[in-house]
Design a protein around this ligand. Structure first.
Ligand code: SF4
Length: 365
């Protein structure tokens, strides 16, 4: 415990933590002590602010060449429930959103790896979103999708990203990182981008001025050590590029996936991972509590464990709900403001770059 006390004091002083330090903090059962560290780190970055945005998720298709064991969303062509949106469908959805939610600031688009759609389809989708919503930020395509686009187009990562950026892509969501360890990836997602490829896409995007988020999917077959190495890999990339905007962790939902015998992640574990990420990722400004994965009550609690962002008032999300998430597919601005105010923090409606759009000092009636 003497060692733990020294590490705790080091963390409290805001010093950078090593792998061993992080492991020691994780192994302590004093969750509230870890929360205190995380809150201090959060308040040093974003004070009393807690952010959310008004966004719409679009998942273009669930038909996937990869069929990862971890995934409940992917289908093969002809399967029950398999779907793909054509460019005209995207045009309609974007136009409808602009009518129904005129203050939407972001489209968030991630999808499966369709076996037949060519790269031009994705370029056309981006152009179409921008045609109907030129001022709305388009955050689209995980590094896994970008690697797929390279395969189907024969282009390099840099060329794919440049073409998408030229068509109007603004940032990447950073999904598909899962756990950045190929031994784990070979079991949970053997056919999709490797660790090196995920990192290559992220670094190339940052070099091209395309910001991204960083993600982690935990609670399946990985060890605690692999989770911590994953966090340190992200921290190293951020030191080099400064291109990550936020870190988002997703607890694994085992329902309807090919990974059997995996228990759902507990609330205790979710809060511990958010707090640990906040203290290890000392060069990240924002740690998201993604309410749709965590549930609203746990996301609200996470605001006392170092998170400073609840993501969006999402409309129509399919991927997470395919894996059994019981959360609503959207939340009102009134509800999100209320749950932030209850924690004593200040709700800030933001754009994708964390620029304040509106500050809410009191409940919306
Ligand atoms: S995780 Fe992604 S790549 Fe893997 S099957 Fe699901 S949609 Fe396809």
């Amino acid at each position: 415990m003497e060692n733990y006390a020294a590490i705790y004091a080091k963390a409290l002083a805001g010093k950078r933590l090593t792998f061993e330090d992080a492991l020691s903090l994780y192994q302590s059962s004093d969750l509230l002590a870890l929360a205190k560290l995380a809150r201090k780190a959060k308040e040093a970055k974003s004070g009393r602010n807690v952010y959310f945005n008004v966004n719409r998720h679009i998942n273009l298709t669930n038909i996937c060449v990869s069929r990862c064991p971890l995934c409940a969303f992917g289908r093969s062509s002809g399967d029950n429930g398999a779907y793909v949106f054509e460019v005209s469908d995207v045009a309609r959805m974007v136009a409808e959103t602009m009518q129904e939610v005129p203050d939407v600031t972001e489209f968030h688009m991630v999808s499966a790896l369709h076996p037949e759609k060519d790269f031009q389809y994705y370029v056309d989708v981006v152009r179409t979103v921008k045609k109907f919503a030129p001022s709305v930020h388009l955050k689209a395509f995980t590094p896994v999708e970008i690697v797929h686009f390279c395969k189907i187009s024969g282009l390099s990562i840099g060329s794919v990203l440049e073409k998408l950026k030229g068509a109007g892509l603004d940032s990447l969501p950073g999904g598909g990182a899962e756990i950045l360890d190929d031994a784990v990836r070979r079991q949970i997602c053997p056919n999709k981008a490797t660790t090196a490829q995920w990192i290559d896409v992220i670094k190339t995007a940052h070099k091209l001025g395309i910001p991204t988020n960083a993600t982690m999917l935990y609670g399946h077959i990985e060890t605690i050590e692999q989770r911590i190495r994953h966090l340190i890999t992200l921290r190293d990339i951020q030191d080099e590029t400064k291109g990550f905007q936020a870190f988002v962790s997703f607890p694994f939902h085992p329902q309807n996936t090919g990974l059997t015998g995996v228990l759902p992640v507990s609330t205790w574990e979710n809060l511990k991972m958010i707090a640990l990420a906040r203290v290890v990722l000392d060069n990240f400004d924002h740690i998201k509590a993604f309410w749709m994965m965590l549930t609203l009550p746990v996301a609200q609690l996470a605001l006392s464990f170092g998170a400073d962002d609840l993501d969006g008032t999402v409309v129509e999300e399919k991927i997470i709900h395919a894996a059994g998430a019981k959360t609503a597919k959207g939340i009102s601005r009134q509800d999100i403001v209320k749950i932030i105010l209850e924690t004593g923090y200040l709700p800030i409606e933001r754009d994708t770059f964390y620029q304040p759009i509106k500050i809410y000092e009191k409940d919306l009636k």
